[in-house]
Design a protein. Structure first.
Lengths: 538, 390
């Protein structure tokens, strides 16, 4: 939803805002003229990992007072570059410059000392400690012997005040929302006197309102002469917040452009290397005539916290049909997907797959022909510390030809894995590569591969493109459409309403555990869907 | 100032050098301990070597100590591989001894191979039943198996005492008046004694050979079978295992039972190979169950490595008992084991991290580099940097 609103940058006021501070346009001109040094510059950075070149002669320069976006797909080398710029990795070739001086970081401490702070996508905070304690952890400006909570709180409050970061220094981390925790991370960097702040996918964990707060903090920081390197694969927010954009693709710099001189479409093309038009489902009027693969009759189920999260849901999915489930997160979609795939028992009602009743047993669901792409793809959809080959037979290891009697035939498994990697374009050095080394898009392709290799009758896909970059979204969508055209019934659960509308034959809307209405995608009224998702009646 | 940094790449030779280096480090640290306790490290090491491998009968008695460690090591290794923390090898070994001695006593008079087989089966079964208690509790009621399996060790120990000292049980010898005053267990018939393999003056107990066979079999199961695959997935990613339709709870219960069966086999071997009588004090003295955890950890849960490590720790234990006396305190061997374990674990950390000396500040930029050479107009050679002016 929020993405939708951001697609067209509500540009004018923003552009004005940055024009007042002046830096981006002028800075770009000055750098080209060869005058002042960039706040942070990487030149010809090359970093190799076994089997992959993560960065190959990557260069970019962020000026003082600028929000510089690093845009690229997952696996394009953004995170590696950040790790190099913050001293976690050392480049094999190339140089870093901070305010024009060559630096060589031996550890993150060196980077801190040079005024570079990083906010990681996954926060590094101690939940049982206060905001102030987290901020000063490992970096108190005072003597280590004289540590009084009061003075630390005051100190942290003062820094928070100076940068308008709204957060209570006495609050415990576990009490804070993800957005507030992110502010603590930012505060941590500022307390350490960072003038260059690297934000890695900062909006991934935020609610829509929190994104605006973050952007406001970013602007305040740059107005103050600080530099923000904003790492993202999301075009709309890059267009909203960045002054200039450096695009990375497959470990190389594609180019640096000023936001004002480009369009989302042009950036997408730079990022992916070709024109991207996400594939859509052509609504299939005849789907309702075909046999039913999934029938839910009055299904209810308990949520994790005990209350009833799924309430008397009745639905049909036909062969070759995509039924989209729209709804705001937490309205029973996850429970719905888990009940159908047998991971969660239902408390009432019946789940029928091709006429067979299943309940509360993943094995029975698998045997009935249910494939499942879970929301938590890394923790549930694959075993990250095992190689790709093992993951390719996560479900099929029980049957021939992969096992014979009690024995698992690793050669057959390896060959199968190589075939699937090829067919589903899972990019990795080989079947022995550990899954946790793959990018999100490749993990999702792997999940789809092992699920669809089983010739399922029904595929339950939960947020299948969440967090993926454009190229991977494109690939995942194509795989889903291909499966539907082969007759697989698909239940597509997604919080991205656009995706549901573009990919479905019919759309069911969920609110508070109930399916409040089902529409044909061909004549859906988007406003009405929005109202229903928010709990409105009409 | 010294600090620890993560290693960026692991050199090829490192995984081989680190364990050796750890052992050397352990020897050095032990030498310091020896010096502090006024022993000459060199002569002490010589003595240990002599009494573990060289002196008459030393090698054979090393096998005596290695055999139970092999079983308790396998017990811990198989469970820990699946992240099931069976700390109850000790108690499971006692129960195996109870089961095996019971079977040996009950079947007296039958042909030796029948008795032998019955003892093996009874020992494994008794150990498996004992470990199945924490296993089932963990699998179906989500209790913490570390606590339950640990506490059952004490229960098993008390049960041993009860059988011999505090009751007129089947295991207790009540045939003579003196046995009524000084409680002992019934002796098994000679036909219940397990045969040993005599080669070149060396006596290798049958139990050790059985243990090697079990280790090989276990390795095969782990590497080649569906069951091994399930163990890997369940251990590494329980949520993925459930998603894949694996019977994770059943698998946990079974692995726990198998783990206990190995310890129970160790208990059976204590009766059949060595004791030929249920002796609560003898079984409890050496705490083979707990040392087995050390063995498994040093072997990194690899069954074949357990064979090697159990032999080495067995040698150390043997030497410790042989040298024990006023000149050589009993605790010294335990201390050495601890130092070895500590060094090996520390070595594994060093394999992933490295120690760096120096100040944790930003390195000064190299002279001549700063500013002067920063020529921005040129851009970066070879890079298609397209600056699009607005």
């Amino acid at each position: 939803m929020s993405d939708r609103q951001q697609v067209e940058p509500t540009g004018s006021n923003l552009a004005d805002g940055s024009a007042q501070e002046g830096p981006p346009a002028r800075e770009a001109a000055r750098t080209a003229g060869g005058e002042p040094a960039a706040a942070l510059e990487a030149r010809g950075i090359t970093k190799r990992f076994p089997g992959v070149v993560a960065n190959e002669r990557v260069s970019f320069a962020a000026a003082a007072g600028e929000v510089h976006a690093l845009l690229g797909e997952n696996g394009a080398g953004k995170s590696t570059l950040c790790s190099i710029m913050t001293g976690s990795y050392r480049p094999e070739e190339g140089e870093l410059f901070v305010r024009g001086e060559a630096v060589r970081f031996r550890s993150p401490r060196d980077a801190h000392a040079a005024g570079i702070g990083m906010v990681h996508q996954h926060f590094r905070l101690v939940p049982s400690m206060t905001v102030a304690e987290n901020v000063v952890l490992g970096w108190s400006q005072r003597s280590r012997l004289r540590f009084s909570p009061r003075s630390v709180e005051a100190e942290v409050a003062e820094v928070a005040e100076r940068y308008h970061v709204r957060v209570n220094p006495r609050a415990m981390i576990w009490q804070l929302s993800l957005g507030e925790q992110q502010r603590v991370e930012i505060l941590k960097a500022l307390y350490r006197e960072a003038r260059i702040l690297l934000l890695d996918e900062p909006t991934a964990v935020l609610a829509a309102g929190e994104v605006d707060d973050l952007f406001a903090s970013i602007r305040r920081l740059t107005a103050d002469g600080g530099t923000v390197v904003f790492v993202s694969h999301k075009l709309p927010e890059v267009m909203e917040v960045a002054d200039r954009v450096t695009v990375l693709r497959r470990g190389r710099t594609i180019g640096t452009v000023a936001k004002a001189g480009t369009t989302p479409r042009a950036l997408a093309k730079m990022m992916v290397g070709r024109e991207v038009d996400l594939p859509e489902k052509v609504p299939d009027a005849g789907a309702g005539e075909r046999p039913v693969v999934l029938r839910l009759e009055g299904v209810s189920a308990a949520g994790d916290l005990g209350g009833e999260s799924l309430r008397e849901v009745s639905l049909d999915v036909h062969e070759g049909e995509i039924l989209g489930v729209a709804g705001v997160a937490g309205n029973g979609q996850r429970e719905l997907a888990e009940v159908i795939s047998g991971l969660r028992p239902s408390s009432r009602g019946r789940v029928m797959v091709r006429g067979r009743r299943i309940s509360g047993d993943p094995r029975a669901a698998i045997d009935a022909g249910v494939a499942f792409v879970p929301e938590d793809r890394m923790g549930t959809g694959v075993a990250g510390s095992l190689p790709i080959a093992d993951n390719c037979v996560l479900k099929s290891y029980r049957r021939r030809p992969f096992s014979r009697g009690p024995l698992l035939r690793s050669r057959v498994v390896g060959a199968h894995a190589a075939r699937l990697m090829d067919r589903y374009d899972v990019r990795a050095p080989g079947p022995r590569t550990l899954v946790r080394q793959l990018s999100g898009g490749n993990v999702q392709k792997l999940v789809l591969a092992h699920e669809l290799a089983e010739d399922p009758a029904l595929l339950v896909a939960q947020s299948p493109t969440h967090g993926l970059d454009v190229g991977a979204i494109d690939a995942v969508r194509r795989v889903l459409l291909g499966a539907a055209s082969r007759g697989v019934g698909i239940l597509l659960v997604s919080e991205d309403l656009d995706e549901v509308l573009e990919m479905s034959d019919r759309v069911a809307v969920m609110y508070e555990g109930r399916v409040v209405d089902v529409f044909d995608a061909a004549d859906v009224d988007v406003d009405r869907v929005g109202i229903l998702m928010a709990g409105g009646q009409e | 100032m010294i600090r620890v940094e993560r290693r960026l790449g692991v050199p090829r030779w490192l995984p081989y050098v680190v364990p050796v280096g750890s052992l050397v480090a352990a020897a050095v640290i032990t030498a310091i301990v020896l010096l502090l306790s006024r022993h000459n490290p060199v002569t002490t090491y010589q003595q240990i070597y002599q009494s573990a491998f060289v002196s008459p009968g030393a090698m054979s008695s090393t096998f005596v100590y290695a055999t139970p460690l092999l079983f308790t090591g396998l017990c811990a290794a198989v469970a820990f591989r699946m992240k099931v923390w069976n700390i109850g090898g000790e108690g499971q070994l006692y129960m195996g001894a109870v089961g095996a001695s019971g079977a040996g006593l009950a079947l007296a008079g039958l042909p030796a191979p029948v008795i032998l087989l019955a003892m093996v089966v009874a020992g494994m079964l008794a150990g498996a039943v004992w470990s199945a208690i924490p296993g089932l509790l963990r699998a179906f009621l989500r209790t913490n198996e570390i606590l339950t399996s640990l506490m059952l060790n004490y229960v098993a120990g008390l049960f041993l005492y009860y059988l011999i000292y505090d009751s007129a049980s089947y295991w207790r010898d009540l045939s003579s008046p003196s046995a009524k005053v000084f409680p002992v267990g019934k002796n098994l018939e000679p036909s219940a004694a397990w045969p040993a393999w005599h080669v070149a003056g060396l006596v290798i107990p049958m139990g050790f050979l059985v243990g090697v066979g079990v280790a090989g079999l276990l390795l095969g199961v782990i590497k080649l079978t569906r069951m091994g695959f399930e163990m890997r997935v369940i251990g590494e990613a329980p949520a993925a295992a459930r998603y894949a339709g694996m019977r994770t709870r059943r698998a946990v219960a079974w692995v726990m039972a198998a783990s206990g069966a190995f310890a129970g086999l160790g208990g059976a071997s204590q009766i059949g190979d060595f004791g030929h009588v249920l002796d609560p004090r003898g079984l409890q003295q050496a705490s083979y169950g707990y040392t087995g955890i050390v063995v498994a950890a040093l072997a990194r849960y690899n069954p074949l490595a357990v064979v090697v490590v159990s032999f080495l720790i067995g040698a150390l234990t043997n030497a410790g008992f042989a040298l024990q006396g006023p000149q050589f305190p009993a605790g010294l061997v335990g201390a050495m084991e601890g130092i070895i374990l500590f060094s090996v674990l520390a070595g594994e950390v060093l394999a992933r991290y490295r120690v760096v000396r120096g100040r944790p500040s930003a390195p000064p930029s190299e002279p001549g580099r700063s500013g002067v050479e920063v020529d921005r107009a040129e851009g970066v050679p070879g890079q298609p940097v397209g600056e699009v002016a607005p």
